[in-house]
Design a protein around this ligand. Structure first.
Ligand SMILES: NC(=O)c1ccc[n+]([C@@H]2O[C@H](COP(=O)([O-])OP(=O)(O)OC[C@H]3O[C@@H](n4cnc5c(N)ncnc54)[C@H](OP(=O)(O)O)[C@@H]3O)[C@@H](O)[C@H]2O)c1
Length: 296
């Protein structure tokens, strides 16, 4: 049987997440400088969603990009849609809910393109699994967006293997963006990463540092993980954060971790992990600290 070739996921090995950008309090010059510096380091892919920063982050990024539009041709933009938040920016929403109708996907992408001041997204993800998702409807929207040149590739986020299979049976998906770190181990054991490996597609990993808790969390489990990351880091002469990224990168699916930090030093710590291949014992030491028990 010939292997199934998934759509090419042409992202930089480390992707910069823009979720928290509205909290950074930067002006457009500071934002474009950050974008440029990330790109100089080799982080050319940026992760977005329509809802980030209460529907504000895409426009902040787009305003910065408009100062140096030439950057666009050297970067990849990832977008997400499908969640409808209640709040000032969307007074017409009564209840937080999901909407994966073709009409909403198309409208959402068009709004993202306007806000980001670009003509296409390199990758579009359905943000969360929607119990009311009609896979044929989503596939139709994706196909039209691709034909219009507005989106190059498609994927999902936070989908179980069964949910992924359903949509992938209608249109070839490029990735599943999932949460994974030593305090959230389930994708290693619930079939999510097995599916990625079977389909030869690279997952994207969100909150690789558990939103910072991996390095600063005060509970017993976090402290155990911190001690393991530090011990491995000391042996290799790198920071605990670098070890946390190396732990993810060690997986055979070759994941793309998403950074969440505004600090370039934190981005450098993520990139340093590309040079560090953990042995199975060190990897397991960290898994064990997270799971609380040794392997069977
Ligand atoms: N698909 C989804 O459902 C989903 C969900 C959540 C996130 N995401 C994506 O994933 C990206 C990354 O998620 P995330 O922001 O949660 O990533 P993360 O790297 O786990 O957390 C980033 C947070 O940790 C802090 N941090 C970083 N390095 C640290 C260190 N050495 N010590 C202490 N704190 C540190 C950062 O603060 P500083 O800025 O001060 O360094 C920042 O507040 C997001 O931007 C978004 O694009 C996707």
């Amino acid at each position: 049987m010939s292997p199934v070739i998934p759509p090419n996921l042409a992202l930089s090995p480390i992707v910069a997440g823009a979720w928290r950008m509205a909290d950074w309090g930067w002006n457009a010059e500071q934002r474009v400088r950050w974008i440029e510096q990330c790109m100089e380091l080799g982080v050319t892919s940026f992760d977005h969603a329509d809802i980030y920063g209460g529907y504000r982050v895409e426009a902040l990024f787009g305003e910065a990009l408009a100062l140096k539009p030439m950057l666009r041709q050297h970067m990849q933009l990832v977008g997400k849609c499908g969640i409808k938040l209640v709040g000032e920016a969307r007074p017409e929403h009564r209840v937080k809910h999901y909407d994966t109708s073709a009409a909403h996907i198309t409208r959402s992408v068009e709004a993202s393109l306007r806000a980001l001041q670009t003509d296409h997204l390199d990758l579009l993800l359905i943000h969360r699994p929607d119990a009311l998702m009609d896979a044929d409807d989503v596939a139709e929207a994706f196909t039209s967006l691709r034909q219009a040149g507005k989106v190059r590739a498609f994927g999902v986020s936070n989908f179980t293997p069964a949910q992924f299979d359903l949509l992938n049976s209608r249109i070839a998906l490029a990735t599943n963006q999932i949460e994974l770190h030593p305090l959230h181990l389930s994708p290693l054991h619930d079939g999510t990463l097995d599916q990625c490996q079977r389909l030869r597609l690279r997952p994207m990993i969100w909150s690789p540092l558990a939103g910072g808790a991996l390095l600063t969390g005060g509970d017993e489990r976090s402290r155990r993980v911190q001690a393991a990351l530090q011990a491995v880091g000391q042996r290799h002469g790198v920071s605990a954060a670098t070890v946390a990224y190396a732990w993810l990168l060690r997986h055979p699916t070759r994941p793309h971790p998403l950074t969440g930090s505004q600090r370039l030093e934190a981005i450098r710590e993520a990139l340093a992990a590309l040079q560090l291949k953990l042995d199975a014992e060190s990897w397991t030491e960290i898994w064990q600290a997270g799971s609380g028990h040794e392997v069977a």
